[in-house]
Design a binder for this molecule. Structure first.
Ligand SMILES: [Zn+2]
Length: 75
């Protein structure tokens, strides 16, 4: 896995495609909801991927590391 990819569920997602990451697990009350209790990672183009809390935390860690790398390039 390269530094610009993060594993979410079973998908390697490029970090630059991520718009935002959910702070709390999904709940919408729909009986047939397949995402309940999972954390949403929103991608560009209206796509979302869903992962566990561990997935979510891994995304945040990867985004922070990636951002630090960008900051270093500018110094
Ligand atoms: Zn739902």
């Amino acid at each position: 896995m390269g530094p610009y990819l993060c594993l979410i569920d079973d998908k390697h997602v490029p970090l630059f495609r991520i718009l935002w990451v959910s702070e709390v697990p999904h709940y919408c009350g729909e009986e047939d909801c397949l995402c309940e209790g999972q954390y949403e990672v929103r991608l560009e183009a209206g796509e979302s991927v869903w992962g566990t809390r561990e997935d979510r935390d891994r995304v945040l860690t990867a985004l922070e590391a990636w951002q630090r790398g960008i900051d270093d390039d500018w110094q």
